[in-house]
Design a protein around this ligand. Structure first.
Ligand code: GDP
Ligand code: MN
Length: 359
């Protein structure tokens, strides 16, 4: 699960990492006058490289502010419209660094990766020039010294040691798989501040994080259009299950319209929104729903299905497999609405083949 920048920053700030001061602007609300100046407006979309795509605007005077806000609400960044805008104090940049923690798949260790020139051109750096160190709890002081040397910041050794300690704890405690700070900024007044942060959490750990409650924008990586002229839409949770569902539909002789992973913890609203998108495909004949509920709750899915049925009288037939958390409640809700459930994906497809022409 990829967090939006402001969500990631809220988490690291709670681990005593310095972030710029700022505020969030929710969709459809407009803060008419710049609440402070100068500021940076940042489109909250779950992708990197927003600077180059026009999703980051530095505002020095009040006159540019309103137009920029309006523009950003309507700027699609690689197919993502922002669900929020983040307004932040503009930092006076002296230098930009790159610093990240990630799970090294080969060793299963947490790895620290750093480079003295961060920012939007970080990919231009030679891969071999990145400093890579295993993150070992207890060794933060040594790691902080290495970073101070790499960044040529001898005065900031203590700050970097604390930062490694705090980022490391934050990473482990939140079951992150990636925590990328780019850029880490040295301001002209000598402060180290996290100007941008990307964080990915391990979906498999969701069960031990009841506090996880994030925006998962539907038009994200989780939705992939496969064939706009296809006939069968799919809704699943978890990338693996979503792929398996698409494959099964293909094997049964149909052209799937899409891949959709509604994610762990998908809410009723989010699921309803996905129906809104799907039912607009012109050749849609059926929707196959395959949910293995963990943190997502079957009853939320069931309520969304019933709501979708009510809202869209032309909704095509649904072939639904649900299992997991709150299944019994879900079965009752669907039963009362006369919506049939299938035992497993196989049963869904058998029914589909029986009732819907291939092609
Ligand atoms: P990304 O392109 O999605 O990674 O977005 P970032 O938040 O990293 O912003 C991209 C670039 O915008 C940064 O590398 C900075 O050069 C610039 N930028 C971001 N915040 C500030 C700021 O507060 N002040 C200034 N001067 N530049 C900023
Ligand atoms: Mn960045």
């Amino acid at each position: 699960m990829i967090l939006l920048e402001y969500e990631a920053k809220n988490i690291i700030a709670s681990h005593n990492i310095a972030i710029p001061s700022g505020q969030i602007m929710a969709k459809d609300t407009v803060i008419v006058h710049a609440p402070f100046l100068p500021l940076v407006i940042k489109a909250q979309v779950p992708i990197g490289g927003r600077g180059k795509l026009g999703g980051i605007r530095v505002i020095d005077t009040g006159r540019d502010y309103e137009e920029s806000v309006k523009k950003l609400w309507h700027t699609k960044l690689r197919n993502h419209l922002p669900s929020m805008l983040l307004l932040e104090e503009k930092l006076d940049i002296d230098r930009e660094f790159y610093l990240s923690l990630l799970i090294d798949a080969a060793s299963a260790d947490i790895l620290i990766v750093a480079h003295p020139s961060g920012g939007i051109e970080v990919e231009e750096n030679d891969q071999d020039d990145f400093l890579k160190l295993p993150y070992v709890p207890g060794e933060e002081n040594r790691i902080g010294e290495s970073l101070a040397e790499l960044f040529d910041l001898p005065d900031q050794v203590f700050v970097l040691q604390d930062m490694v300690r705090n980022l490391g704890q934050c990473f482990v405690k939140n079951d992150a798989t990636l925590l990328e700070v780019n850029p880490l900024i040295l301001t002209k007044s000598g402060d180290l501040v996290v100007a941008d942060c990307k964080m990915t959490l391990d979906d498999a750990a969701a069960f031990r994080h009841p506090e996880w409650d994030f925006e998962t924008p539907i038009e994200s990586n989780n939705f992939v259009e496969l064939d706009a002229t296809g006939t069968i839409a799919t809704v699943a949770n978890g990338a693996g299950l979503a792929m398996a569902t698409v494959d099964a539909v293909t094997s049964a002789g149909y052209r799937p319209i899409n891949f959709l992973d509604v994610g762990g913890g998908a809410s009723e609203d989010l699921i309803l929104e996905s129906f809104t998108n799907l039912q607009s495909y012109p050749n849609i004949k059926a929707i196959v729903i395959n949910i293995f509920a963990g943190i997502t709750r079957c009853d939320d899915v069931a309520k969304a299905i019933v709501a979708a049925k009510n809202r869209f009288p032309t909704l095509p037939p649904l072939y639904i497999r649900l299992t997991g958390t709150n299944f019994d409640e879900a079965a009752t809700i669907l039963n009362e609405a006369h919506i049939e459930l299938q035992r497993d994906l196989d049963s869904c497809l058998k029914r589909l083949v029986k009732e819907v022409a291939r092609g």
